[in-house]
Design a protein around this ligand. Structure first.
Ligand code: GTP
Length: 205
């Protein structure tokens, strides 16, 4: 996540969408302000994947995803993939050896922080993922399972960040290729086009 290619744009504690911003990491200019929420759906238009991010130490941030940001994904593509990501697990992780779930999936990368109180569990994120499917009227059996699409990360330590992006990219590339194959061709084959009708003056009409 050096910001030069695909950047996680986060207009407000809560939502992340893929956003290509050349020239490096930039802060969202919308800053989550109410009057700019229309722009949020603009970012999502035609999106093949949306990453919705909350703070595991801040229960309200998960509620906001549901109450304020889910609607912004209405303009995403019909077969858009959704990932739900609880960030900042480093703040609430137990010290190594104490056991516990601690964000799961990547015990090799222990976080540095302690003392935070984790307010949102992975199960809460999975329940939210299921709400997304309901909202989108998607059948659970037609989409990746909640266990595959819910992550707990630390942007600070890097925990599960590669896993998140690799998982989403592996899933989204076939979706994009399928969309392109189904889209009308963007080029005209002039060799197979019929010759233009001739006008009296000899010019093409
Ligand atoms: N400890 C820790 N801090 C983080 C993490 N991710 C971001 N931060 C810090 O959280 C603060 C806000 O980060 P931003 O990327 O600006 O996120 P935001 O959505 O604008 O703001 P917040 O909702 O406050 O996170 C910055 O000080 C970041 O350094 C993380 O995984 N762990």
């Amino acid at each position: 996540m050096n910001g030069n290619e695909l950047y996680l744009q986060r207009p407000e504690p809560g939502e992340c969408v893929f956003q290509r911003i050349p020239g490096g990491r930039q802060r969202s200019f919308t800053e989550g302000r109410e009057q700019f929420h229309g722009l949020g759906s603009m970012y999502c238009r035609g999106a093949a994947a949306v990453i919705l991010t909350y703070d595991v130490n801040h229960a309200q941030s998960l509620l906001e995803l549901e109450n304020r940001f889910l609607g912004l994904t209405d303009t995403a593509s019909a077969d858009c993939l959704f990932a739900v990501v609880g960030n900042k697990v480093d703040l609430s992780e137990e010290a190594p050896g104490e056991g516990g779930q601690g964000g799961g999936r990547d015990p090799g990368q222990a976080g540095g922080g302690s003392g935070g109180s984790k307010q949102v569990q992975l199960e809460d994120a999975m329940a939210f993922y299921k709400k997304i499917l309901k909202y989108k009227m998607l059948d659970e059996k037609d989409v990746p399972a909640a266990e595959q699409m819910c992550f707990e990360t630390s942007a600070k330590t890097g925990k599960n960040v590669d896993l998140l992006f690799e998982t989403v990219f592996d899933m989204v590339v076939p979706v994009i290729l399928r969309q392109r194959a189904q889209a009308p061709p963007q080029t005209v084959d002039i060799a197979s086009a019929p010759p233009p009708a001739r006008t009296r003056s000899g010019c093409c009409s």
